[in-house]
Design a protein around this ligand. Structure first.
Ligand code: CP
Ligand code: NVA
Length: 329
């Protein structure tokens, strides 16, 4: 597999062999790291820039640690400190950064922004989350599922909640490409865009995956191996939408009853994180004060249960992002 010089903007751009290859490579790099194998010679002397127009813990740290492990120096641009979009256009910024850096990570708003950076910079560009897609997260999710179940193909994967945003979209495409049976469970207004569903159905035909869109939670989770959820209000959305989301998505909360409804005692719980499973965050406390809910998309009981593999998943962000950087630079 040769991905040198390629961008990593969305899973649509990659074949199932390439996605599988990146997951294999991440597993190898993870093993090496645990065994103390040094890879700082691999890309020694290179420089990458990390643009974050939205906040981050996992993605930023994963890029920085991965870069360090590969001998690369990383420059972080936070949401307020650069000229991007305010005093300088995306195309101009991309051309400047492309002259100084060997690779560019972008986290921010519309997918068209990261695509434009890729068009103008002349160096590999990696999508660290846009409104539409979060492709590096899916690599980590799939590595975690593979470690846990020993395979991806044939796994029954259920996504609960807002399925028309970055996580729902990317998971649907990834599952369809990799032969994972995907169910989106939400009110129909929260299902992914019809065009994206049609595209995913065409991938599913090739891979053998089945795709389902179900409104009833109990019906959707029957036989699930993985239940996945994400926050009900994503970064960049106004606080006013909390009310409508709580009303629309409240019954899609992942709780003990829902886990039991799978009928599968080995079903695992996953979440890209951060998660609102208690009131120990500023937002969690505010939402609790306003709406009287102490838990949102997942209960504390499920989050802290043996079924929850969210911290393995979070660790795998680093190993998979390392694979993407190492393979494309
Ligand atoms: N899952 C994820 O992207 O986390 P961060 O927002 O902390 O980067
Ligand atoms: N849908 C979430 C994902 C966070 C990793 C958001 O965009 O905020």
């Amino acid at each position: 597999m040769n991905l040198k010089g390629r961008n990593f903007l969305k899973l649509i751009d990659f074949t199932s062999e390439e996605i599988g290859g990146l997951i294999d490579y991440a597993a190898e790099l993870k093993r090496d790291k645990k065994n103390g194998v040094d890879h700082t010679d691999m890309h020694r002397g290179k420089n990458i820039v990390l643009i974050f127009e939205k906040t981050s813990t996992r993605t930023r740290c994963a890029f920085e640690v991965a870069a360090h492990d590969l001998g690369i120096s990383a420059t972080y641009l936070d949401p307020s400190c650069s000229q991007i979009g305010k005093k300088e256009s995306i195309a101009d910024t991309a051309r400047v950064l492309g002259r100084m850096f060997d690779g560019i990570e972008y986290r921010g708003f519309g997918q068209e922004i990261v695509e434009e950076i890729a068009k103008y910079s002349g160096v590999p560009v990696w999508n660290g989350l846009t409104n539409e897609f979060h492709p590096t997260q899916i690599l980590a999710d799939f590595l975690t599922i593979r470690e846990h179940f020993g395979r991806l193909k044939g796994i029954n994967f259920v996504y609960m909640g807002d399925a028309r945003y970055n996580m729902g979209n990317s998971l649907m495409i990834g599952c369809a490409k990799m032969g994972v049976n995907f169910t989106a469970c939400a009110p129909s207004a929260y299902f992914p865009d019809k065009k994206l569903i049609d595209l995913s159905l065409s991938y599913a035909k090739e891979s053998g995956a089945s795709l389902h869109f179900i409104e009833d939670p109990t019906e959707a989770v029957k036989g699930a191996d993985v239940i996945y959820t994400d926050v009900w209000v994503s970064m960049g959305e106004p606080a006013e939408v909390w009310q409508e989301r709580i009303e629309a998505l409240g019954k899609y909360q992942v709780n003990d009853r829902l886990m039991a409804a799978t009928g599968n005692p080995d079903c695992v719980f996953m979440h890209c994180l951060p998660a609102f499973h208690d009131t120990k965050t500023e937002t969690g406390a505010k939402v609790c004060e306003k709406f009287g809910r102490t838990e949102m998309e997942v209960t504390d009981s499920v989050f802290e249960s043996k079924a929850s593999i969210v911290f393995d998943e979070a660790e795998n962000r680093m190993h998979t992002i390392k694979a993407v950087i190492a393979a494309t630079l």
